[in-house]
Design a protein around this ligand. Structure first.
Ligand code: ADP
Length: 496
């Protein structure tokens, strides 16, 4: 199969979150399975400054935006360590900016126009580059217009008749909503601006547009695929998703173990693996304690947290529990993250009050993220909702036992420490159901109690977690199966 993967973020060209990791890793695995992926993203300033070699294809674009024609160019690169072609859509007025979507807390005013341009450019580039494409894999609202253009404008265009589209949702909370007059920029007939198709309470909704017009939909875990079919996690689009549930599925993201594994982590003093982790894990704990300025206590559990400091990640639960525990319990905390100002203030305050127990780094640091994953005993991830989540998967490989809320990808990847799971050697962490501080506290209590008083169960959890395989290989095969199914589905629809 020849597949276009269209995304606004691709590692190592442009990244603000997990979307970039997926679109940088998945195409390489698809290629290994014998297929031909072509990756498309905007030539953002971040991409041009990424240090990746970019060359000019000399292919020029003339794209209709409302009543104007806007020109652009196609640049070319490859995904590092592979031959997978990457095409970057260059239009400096739209994409040569400091950030990807927003600056100083405000979205760029022309975001709709920028991504109308990108979506149309991807479709035109397929023809201009003479690619024979079977399916376009769209990711999030930035690419939501592609399935609509395919069905409306390219339906009878030579070469596009049988092209299928898949829409992957990485987070329902981001939908790309714009005022209705932006419909004029899309060039799509007003008759499609209705509540069954492109409209959402009077606004143009680009994610909804993609979900309505694509041939298949998936999201990044099976549980999240179910959760988004009802409120509140459907974020208003639950009806659309439940109407299309026959074409909706979930595939867990993979982990890039070349980057996230204690066996080859360059930041560690002593590497370790599932076969022999005791000494390496203890050394990583000392390293993170000394780097973050925590006393080197061996027997107190060290709880690690890495991620966006936002309610989505459970900080409204963590805040009250952490404060109580700092007063009353003999445990250490290491927190790395950036995000909402209220949590910055709170964490700074608590770290000043309890310097020997809490270390906080309010920054984005790959090195510190690796050290906390490796050196902590417990990884805390009580997300309110979690489409997939990567940090809990990294934790498993580093022998750091996750404590998680039972939601989305966390349910699909972490098995609770109960009698049945222990007997079947499946248990890997501590899971709580109710999204309440008391439930989080009781899960943490169970984890700390096991750590202190039941060393053999603790070792069993580490051994089970470290031996699990969440690599891209398995997930990529599932994407290939879904691509095949989607192409069949699209062709049946054409014949019907
Ligand atoms: P998200 O919802 O933010 O995409 P994920 O768990 O899927 O959450 O992925 C987050 C990624 O970003 C992980 O690779 C994590 O290690 C990384 N990350 C988050 N915050 C930081 C930070 N402050 N410093 C370094 N890496 C971070």
């Amino acid at each position: 199969m020849n597949i276009v993967i269209a995304s606004s973020e691709v590692v190592p060209f442009a990244k603000t979150g997990g979307l970039a990791d997926v679109c940088g890793s998945l195409p390489i695995e698809i290629a290994k399975l014998g297929h031909r992926p072509f990756v498309f993203l905007p030539a953002f300033r971040q991409a041009k400054e990424s240090g990746q070699p970019l060359s000019d294809t000399h292919v020029k674009l003339e794209i209709p935006i409302g009543s104007r024609i806007v020109s652009g160019r196609i640049l070319q690169s490859v995904l590092p360590g592979s031959n997978v072609p990457v095409y970057l859509i260059e239009q400096d007025e739209y994409f040569d900016r400091k950030e990807l979507y927003r600056e100083s807390g405000e979205d760029y005013k022309d975001n709709c126009e920028r991504f109308v341009f990108f979506c149309r450019a991807v479709l035109e580039a397929i023809r201009l580059l003479d690619l024979d494409i079977d399916l376009i894999h769209c990711n999030d609202w930035q690419t939501g217009l592609i399935p609509a253009y395919l069905k409306i404008e390219y339906e009878n265009a030579p070469g596009y008749e049988n092209m299928a589209s898949l829409m992957t949702i990485h987070n329902m909370a981001y939908q790309g909503q714009f005022w209705h007059w932006d419909m004029l920029l899309t060039g799509i007939d007003w008759k499609f601006f209705n509540w069954h198709q492109m409209e959402f309470y009077g606004k143009l909704n680009l994610l909804k547009t993609g979900l309505v017009f694509c041939d298949s939909i998936n999201t990044v875990s099976p549980t999240y695929a179910k959760e988004i079919q009802s409120a509140p996690l459907g974020c208003g689009l639950e009806e659309v998703l439940s109407c299309r549930r026959d074409v909706l599925s979930g595939i867990i993201n993979g982990v890039n173990y070349d980057v996230w594994s204690p066996e080859n982590d360059p930041y560690l003093n002593e590497r370790f693996s599932a076969d022999n982790w005791q000494a390496g894990k203890a050394s990583a704990k000392r390293l993170v304690q000394s780097e973050l300025g925590l006393p080197e206590i061996e027997n107190a559990p060290l709880i690690g947290i890495v991620g966006r400091l936002a309610d989505q990640k459970g900080f409204d639960l963590i805040a009250p529990v952490m404060e109580q525990w700092l007063k009353n319990h003999d445990v250490q905390w290491a927190v790395l993250g950036t995000g909402e100002a209220q949590y910055h203030h709170l964490l700074e305050q608590l770290a000043a009050r309890f310097p020997g127990k809490l270390a906080v780094r309010l920054e984005f640091s790959d090195r510190t993220a690796h050290l906390i994953e490796a050196g902590s005993d417990i990884f805390l991830m009580p997300s309110r909702y979690e489409p997939c989540g990567l940090n809990q998967l990294y934790s498993l490989r580093y022998g750091t036992v996750p404590v998680v809320h039972a939601t989305g990808g966390l349910v699909d990847t972490i098995a609770d420490t109960n009698g049945e799971n222990l007997a079947q050697n499946r248990a890997t962490g501590f899971v709580f159901d109710m999204y309440k501080p008391a439930s989080l506290e009781s899960a943490l209590m169970r984890a700390c109690d096991t750590y202190r008083n039941d060393k053999s169960t603790w070792s069993q959890l580490i051994n089970t977690g470290m031996r699990q395989d969440w690599s891209w290989q398995t997930s990529a095969q599932k994407y290939v199966d879904l691509y095949e199914l989607t192409i069949q589905r699209a062709n049946q629809a054409v014949c019907a």
